[in-house]
Write a protein that binds this ligand. Structure first.
Ligand SMILES: [Zn+2]
Length: 391
């Protein structure tokens, strides 16, 4: 399964219909939920069975493709499942009715859509009960389409998420190389081959602009049209930042998956909390996403992402194992025992790589052919040398 995200360019009339569909799906969802609350014993098929009656009682429901309504029913039950899973773990209530404007997506499953090739910049997406929408498919779809979800973004743009059958295998040759990557605040990543990748300047600028807008908006009166204007602007900027960052992270993760067979990173979910008082939500999101990208790319290229225990990677000397205490502001690692002196993030990257190799030795004999020794050190470190993805 592969998901594509394509931009839609609906005309005014079509957009009206899209909004109407969102609204009807929301009401459908609420109707199903109401029905569910009435039931003594939960019976999914019975709830799904009321769709024809709903259409008779309220002609509005006929304006939506029946699969889309069915999908709302499916969504309700999957919400229910999630809810019952978290019962006991934390305090949970009941499923809630969805208020006006809450719904941002609706879905066509299996049928009710058709992608029409036009040989132009934009293709046409035909949606049952709605009509033709211009769609910009910037990537070819090779297999059968299983499902299409239409989404309205905060910024007012529309997108289609198209799920196609089949897997795409990335063909990258084996390199027999292992890399450790340390993610950080000053450099986005520092790897065990001595490359440091700085946070690109354009992202920094966008972050600053975002903060500025946020401040402007918070000064405006609640629910005023002025505030709403800023809200949309902010949403646009935010989308823009996410896109640029994703682009950067895609290139970066691609570089690593292409050039290494095993990529080791810290198991950071806990570490984030440990480093909590630094925490800058934007950067946190960036780390998680980077790892996620590496993970799925490695998966489809038959390579491996290994997560190692983050504890001690900063303090331990990667060459002799000595614990070298460092303050938060100290940027260098200098080992009194063996004299190894490098930037601290570089030492962490080497340590992450060492831990990874150790685990391979113990647990994964099939990977034993990989290089088992650390690279020679000393001549590396022309810092910021080949940032692999600066564009
Ligand atoms: Zn040492």
């Amino acid at each position: 399964m592969l998901t594509h995200k394509f931009r839609l360019y609906p005309s005014k009339t079509i957009e009206q219909k899209l909004l109407e569909t969102l609204e009807i799906c929301r009401r459908g969802y609420n109707t199903f939920l109401g029905e569910l609350n009435e039931q003594k014993e939960i019976d999914k098929s019975q709830i799904q069975g009321i769709i024809p009656d709903m259409k008779i009682c309220d002609a509005q429901f006929s304006k939506v493709h029946s699969k889309s309504l069915q999908y709302e029913c499916y969504k309700l039950f999957s919400n229910l499942k999630t809810l019952s899973k978290s019962k006991g773990k934390r305090k949970v209530g009941q499923l809630r009715f969805k208020g006006k404007g809450v719904f941002k997506t609706f879905t066509y499953n299996q049928s009710g859509f058709k992608l029409i090739n036009t040989d132009k910049r934009c293709q046409t997406l035909w949606l049952s009960k709605i009509g033709n929408v211009s769609i910009r498919c910037h990537r070819p779809i090779q297999c059968n389409i299983k499902q299409i979800t239409i989404k309205k973004m905060q910024s007012g743009k529309w997108f289609a998420f198209i799920i196609e059958d089949g897997n795409r295998q990335i063909q990258y040759r084996k390199t027999n190389r292992v890399v450790g990557i340390d993610v950080g605040l000053i450099d986005v990543a520092y790897d065990s081959d001595g490359n440091s990748i700085a946070n690109p300047k354009h992202l920094k600028q966008k972050e600053d602009r975002l903060k500025h807008l946020q401040r402007l908006m918070s000064n405006k009166r609640k629910r005023s049209s002025n505030r709403n204007r800023f809200r949309i602007q902010l949403a646009r900027q935010y989308e823009n930042l996410t896109n640029s960052r994703d682009d950067f992270l895609h290139k970066l993760s691609d570089y690593y998956v292409k050039n290494y067979d095993v990529i080791a990173m810290e198991d950071l979910a806990i570490a984030n909390m440990a480093k909590g008082y630094y925490s800058k939500s934007i950067l946190d999101a960036c780390w998680g996403r980077f790892r996620q990208f590496v993970s799925y790319k490695a998966g489809s290229a038959d390579k491996m992402l290994m997560l190692v225990d983050y504890r001690g990677t900063t303090q331990r000397c990667s060459q002799c194992g000595e614990t070298v205490q460092k303050g938060l502001g100290e940027r260098m690692h200098s080992c009194p025992k063996c004299g190894f002196t490098v930037p601290r993030d570089y030492n962490s990257a080497l340590e992450i790589r060492r831990l990874c190799l150790e685990r391979i030795r113990q647990e994964l004999p099939e990977y034993k052919h990989l290089e088992m020794e650390a690279l020679p050190i000393g001549q590396l470190l022309s810092v910021k040398n080949e940032a692999p993805c600066e564009s």
